[in-house]
Design a protein around this ligand. Structure first.
Ligand code: FA5
Length: 356
């Protein structure tokens, strides 16, 4: 029945009754609450079929209207009743499906994924342990240093060309992001008289950025000052260290070098622990690139000017110092080709270093 042909009241009553039957057939095939609610709206909503029929009420004789109104109410109640019946059945079906799922409560839990120590932390801890065994104490210093501690006291005055090699980040007020851990030497000696025997691990900063240089990297300083501390002691200490860190076959090579704060100075190389410096493995060695040696840091005897800067008697004491790059050492120990991997926090990389 349409707006144009209202028909009689009896026709309208019949239309309402058949609407209920139509809805009943439709709802039987619906599977979700959303489908049911949409169907309900198609019948009882603002533009629903029942609402449209109600608009015809005004066109029939007044005497027949109560009968039609009653039929409309009946249809509405039937439709709403069917909706709520269907919805509660649906709820029961969902519950029954949940209950039918078999759960094996005896299976072991999945557990969380535990964190592990970062490879650089592991290397630092291992180095601390090795030097602790040789009688070194661990010291630390601030990352933002005075220019004096970072350069001047280390025999590197403002105009010294060696400052260029460690070009760094300057902060206002004569402060710098420390470019090496050597200022901890100065702090340690200013803090008390000799003898001192310390290592100082920590991060340092430089204007560097490539596969083997990062702008921030960890170093470990070593300083031993006392009566008659000799170059021989330095060499013995470094040999003992590399043999514990890289393996007992490892030896070292000292190459003459220059650092303003040590004299004489040397670059420290460890023999490549992968090829042992032996042919035929050496020529194809991916770690040492065929040289048989791996550079691990710098070292030397403390310069008398450094003793003078911290108030130590340069005629009374001698000392050695060294500084190693920890990320380079980790790179060598674990065979890693790009230093930047340490700082990318890629789980696929980090998960290869489970805590031991
Ligand atoms: C120094 O920093 C000296 N302070 C070391 C020293 C201490 C010498 C005490 C004598 C006595 P050098 O600039 O060479 O030296 O750095 C030492 C080590 O840090 C290098 O051998 C290398 O392993 C590491 N290193 C240097 N620059 C970077 C960088 N940008 N990224 C990662 N590692 C670096």
């Amino acid at each position: 029945m349409t707006n144009e042909s209202a028909g009689t009241g009896q026709d309208l009553v019949q239309s309402f009754d058949s609407l209920s039957a139509e809805f009943s057939a439709e709802i039987a095939g619906l599977r979700t609450e959303e489908e049911i609610r949409l169907a309900q709206a198609r019948y009882l909503g603002k533009k629903g079929k029942a609402t449209e029929l109600m608009k015809l009420l005004g066109r029939i004789p007044a005497a027949e209207r109560p009968m039609v109104g009653a039929a409309a109410n009946r249809a509405r109640e039937t439709i709403e009743g069917l909706v709520s019946q269907r919805l509660s059945r649906l709820e029961e079906e969902v519950l029954a499906a949940e209950l039918a799922r078999s759960i094996d409560v005896t299976l072991p839990g999945r557990g969380g994924c535990g964190g592990t120590l970062h490879p650089l932390t592991r290397v630092r801890m291992e180095i601390e342990q090795i030097f602790h065994g040789m009688g070194f104490e661990v010291r630390t210093g601030p990352l933002i240093e005075t220019e004096w501690n970072n350069f001047d006291a280390l025999n590197t005055p403002a105009e010294h060309p060696a400052r260029d090699m460690q070009d760094t980040f300057f902060v206002e007020g004569g402060l710098v992001l420390r470019s090496h851990t050597s200022p901890v030497q100065v702090r340690t000696m200013l803090a008390g008289p000799p003898p001192v025997k310390v290592i100082a691990p920590g991060n340092v900063f430089r204007r560097d950025d490539d596969a083997t240089h990062t702008p921030m990297f960890p170093q470990c300083e070593g300083l031993h000052v006392g009566k008659d501390v000799s170059f021989e002691d330095l060499k013995a200490t470094l040999i003992a260290f590399v043999q514990r860190f890289f393996g007992s076959q490892t030896s070292i090579r000292l190459r003459p070098s220059f650092f303003p704060f040590t004299e004489p100075s040397a670059e420290v190389d460890a023999s490549c622990f992968l090829c042992q410096g032996q042919e035929p493995a050496r020529s194809g060695c991916r770690l040492c690139k065929g040289t048989g040696w791996l550079e691990i840091g710098g070292a030397g005897m403390v310069h008398p000017n450094v003793f003078a800067a911290v108030g130590y008697d340069k005629y009374d004491v001698t000392g050695f110092a060294f500084g190693m790059g920890l990320s380079r050492m980790a790179m060598l120990k674990y065979g890693i080709s790009d230093l930047r991997l340490f700082y990318e926090n890629d789980l696929r990389f980090l998960q290869q270093f489970p805590s031991g």
